[in-house]
Design a binder for this molecule. Structure first.
Ligand code: ZN
Length: 315
């Protein structure tokens, strides 16, 4: 190649480079000036808003902010299925926030006790949770002792009254959903008594019955975290159920049948406070049926439940 050709190529490359740089600088300058003029326009328009308008604006902004906060709170209280995507740390943090909200709104000295069932069951239907289309009997008749012939509603009331006295001795205020057997109270109505009291714990006293006469032991029940009505209460209800169950077992020596998680119970689904169902023992097992009818064993069950409630509330 000749020197002349080389020179032409060299000059061409330099020229293209210089033009590109100039174009780039011009583009940048245009962008900066556009931003500047946008900002000026914005600040001018803000300046033209009168003080009154600004006040209105602030009020509007505040109300939007409040609405957002309310929405956030509601979301916090709602069960979510997207939780799977969250890290364990986020889940724990959210859980702690929810727990502290529940604890703050609860009346820490109030316990509501529901002796399960009543003289006559009520087979009329009620929704199994707020807004549910699925319905269940308002309240069923309950079990009967295979050996004692005692009714569950009677046993539940006996133990519940002893539990009331023991909790009052501990300084709690106790509200009973019923103090006689001849009442007509649906499971959702019982839950709403606990909700209105903002109870720190709602304790539902029951006894179990199955076809097999050899099954015995105590279990407690609460909702799962996927419960569409009150899944946000699941961790608190579980802690309550666990504490009551374990202390019950320690005092009585009963077989520990664990905590059953279920979302099919109207009495749980209607709750807005931590709750547990205590299935004290099996009336279909002769030995346990006889035991539960004695003063001595009833007192042990009560001591266990009181210790469990104390433990739950002192956490
Ligand atoms: Zn029952």
């Amino acid at each position: 190649m000749s020197n002349k050709k080389n020179k032409i190529i060299y000059v061409t490359i330099i020229s293209i480079s210089v033009i590109s740089i100039i174009l780039g600088v011009v583009k940048l300058a245009l962008m900066v000036s556009k931003n500047k003029s946008d900002n000026e326009k914005l600040s001018n328009s803000i300046n033209t808003i009168s003080v009154k308008d600004q006040q209105n604006n602030n009020e509007m902004l505040n109300s939007v902010k409040e609405e957002n906060e309310i929405e956030e709170k509601e979301q916090e209280m709602q069960p979510t299925f997207v939780e799977e995507n969250k890290t364990e740390e986020e889940k724990t943090k959210k859980n702690e926030e929810t727990v502290s909200t529940i604890r703050k709104t609860a009346n820490n000295k109030v316990i509501v006790i529901d002796p399960g069932h009543q003289t006559k069951g009520n087979s009329e239907k009620e929704p199994i949770g707020p807004g549910a289309t699925e319905t269940k009997a308002k309240v069923t008749g309950g079990a009967t002792g295979i050996s004692t012939g005692k009714t569950e509603y009677q046993l539940n009331l006996e133990v519940a009254l002893k539990l009331r006295d023991a909790l009052e001795n501990e300084g709690y205020t106790v509200i009973m959903t019923r103090t006689t057997n001849d009442v007509n109270l649906s499971n959702s109505e019982r839950a709403q008594i606990a909700n209105e009291a903002k109870a720190a714990a709602f304790i539902r006293i029951h006894a179990n019955s199955v076809d097999s006469s050899s099954v015995k032991g105590v279990l407690t029940m609460c909702q799962t975290s996927n419960n569409e009505y009150n899944g946000y209460l699941a961790s608190e209800s579980y802690k309550l159920s666990r504490a009551v169950l374990d202390n019950f077992v320690k005092e009585t020596g009963a077989v520990n049948k664990g905590v059953t998680r279920t979302d099919t119970m109207s009495g749980i689904n209607w709750c807005t406070v931590p709750t547990t169902i205590v299935e004290m023992g099996f009336m279909s097992n002769a030995e346990e049926d006889e035991l539960m009818a004695t003063e001595e064993y009833q007192n042990k069950m009560v001591v266990g439940m009181v210790k469990g409630i104390n433990e739950f509330l002192s956490e």
